[in-house]
Design a binder for this molecule. Structure first.
Ligand SMILES: [Cu+2]
Length: 140
């Protein structure tokens, strides 16, 4: 009886896992000369983001500007990094070599539930990205 129960539970779990995987998507961010396209990428929890055209660029999440409990990331210059984002909220990231040129962008995973945190911690070029994101969210 116990074995039967375990078999049933594991069957149910594998169905769940398959449907979860089927729903997850991969999204592309393309690097321009000194910008990421799109500036604001809206995705679902569990989706993956991949950066392309990274020859002279990198991608790194900004300290204090990703949701609490989320994993930070940092790629090497030229690396076509891919990250899977599970924690809901807004993630601000930059290209280190072109940060001074304003090469900053945002990924919004599910609900943008950490806008106060962003306002409190934003110091430099990321402020413009956050400002434009607020306008976009208000228009939704
Ligand atoms: Cu760059």
């Amino acid at each position: 009886m116990k074995i039967m129960k375990i078999a049933l539970i594991s069957a149910a779990l594998s169905v769940l896992l398959v449907s979860f995987n089927a729903a997850a998507e991969e999204h592309l961010v393309v690097s321009g000369a000194t910008n990421f396209i799109p500036m604001h990428l809206f995705i679902k929890p569990g989706d993956t983001v991949k950066w392309t055209n990274m020859t002279i660029h990198n991608s790194e999440s900004m300290e204090g500007l990703i949701p609490k409990g989320a994993e930070p990331w940092k790629s090497n210059i030229g690396q076509e990094l891919a990250v899977t984002l599970d924690v809901e909220g807004v993630y601000i990231y930059k290209c280190f070599p072109h940060f001074a040129n304003g090469m900053v962008a945002a990924i919004i995973v599910g609900e943008a539930n950490n806008m106060n945190q962003l306002d409190n911690n934003a110091k430099g070029r990321e402020k413009g990205v956050i400002f434009k994101l607020k306008k976009k969210l208000a228009a939704k």
